[in-house]
Design a protein around this ligand. Structure first.
Ligand code: SAM
Length: 306
């Protein structure tokens, strides 16, 4: 399985610019996220110490006000993500570490934040996040919801990517290409007979879920096949082998995101962790955006008394 800490940007490639979640195809953050994080930062005095856990390339800090004067830290398991973050938000102290073992003292931060991040390190990582909150400080987290908007989209895309792998669709494409370039008419007929029903199953998948690696593969292959007289055989087989890697990465990434997504039961565990860490005013609800019936995130907030 491809792991998030290796080849970070490649791993998160379908999540928009810099591996961010909930951005559009142009890499623009959803306005609801901008409004939410701007609100969190608004009342914070200059000099406040902030840490973003599982920060990736710094999506949350993309919402900071100008001339904020905060002391920023970011922790992520991926060194590659943090190098990108440093280039986008110079002056940030970066810490390469797992989110459930952050090498800083207790109560070091006035604000602890995370967006679609901490939950990748398991439910216990919330105890670690709580440990870092200073007296009078706050914890503010947006986390993946099991069965929510992002998780449902991931589930649909994962099923189609898995279908591509289970039906060995890329092998069928390769057999068709080999037969087409060999000039063997009987071989071509056989390859086509095997290809057509499998391709129609992938087509049906595009009907169920338009976005995803399965669509890119089928649409791309059809174009290459139709225009094959313009290409060398190796161009097409090379593209198909590249797509095999993309399918495997999509299955790994989407499965990983689905495992991170938290149910209502998980939320009970997290509440316990935060309370045991000495935080109070623990408030957890679902974060929704206009026009979306499904929740986008769990909104988890808590504070440590003075
Ligand atoms: C979906 S990305 C979100 C990144 C960023 N917070 C954002 O909103 O764009 C998840 C991030 O969690 C990091 N991650 C995954 N597992 C982790 C772990 N066990 N400890 C720390 N970070 C982890 C990944 O490297 C990745 O940057």
């Amino acid at each position: 399985m491809v792991r998030a800490e290796q080849g970070w940007s490649e791993y998160w490639e379908n999540e928009g610019a810099g591996g961010e979640v909930f951005v559009n195809a142009r890499g623009e953050k959803h306005p609801a996220l901008t409004e939410f994080w701007s609100g969190v930062f608004k009342s914070l005095p200059a000099g406040s110490r902030i840490i973003d856990i599982a920060s990736g390339a710094g999506s949350i800090y993309g919402h900071l006000p100008t001339n904020h004067g905060f002391a920023l830290s970011a922790a992520d398991i991926s060194a590659e993500a943090l190098v990108t973050l440093e280039s986008r938000i110079p002056g940030t102290t970066t810490i390469v570490c797992p989110a459930d073992r952050i090498p800083v003292d207790d109560a070091s931060f006035d604000l602890v934040v995370s967006q679609f991040g901490i939950e990748y390190a398991g439910r216990d990582a919330f105890a670690e996040a709580g440990r870092l909150v200073a007296p009078g400080g706050r914890l503010v987290v947006l986390a993946h919801v099991r069965g929510g908007y992002i998780d449902s989209r991931n589930k649909a895309q994962l099923e189609e990517a898995q279908l591509v792998a289970d039906l060995r669709f890329i092998d069928h494409c390769l057999e068709l290409i080999n037969a087409a370039y060999s000039g063997d008419a009987t071989g071509m007929q056989e390859a086509e007979a095997a290809f057509v029903p499998v391709a129609s199953e992938i087509d049906a998948g595009i009907g169920r879920c338009r976005q995803g690696v399965h669509t890119h593969l089928l649409v791309g292959f059809r174009q290459l096949f139709e225009r094959r007289n313009r290409y060398e055989k190796a161009d097409i087989t090379g593209w198909l082998e590249g797509m095999r890697g993309e399918v495997n990465r999509a299955v790994a990434r989407l499965s990983h995101m689905r495992t991170a997504a938290m149910s209502a039961e998980d939320i009970g565990v997290i509440r316990d962790h935060l309370e045991k860490a000495g935080l109070d005013e623990v408030a957890i609800d679902q974060f929704r955006t206009p026009g979306n019936a499904q929740a986008v995130a769990w909104r988890i907030m808590a504070s440590r008394p003075l």
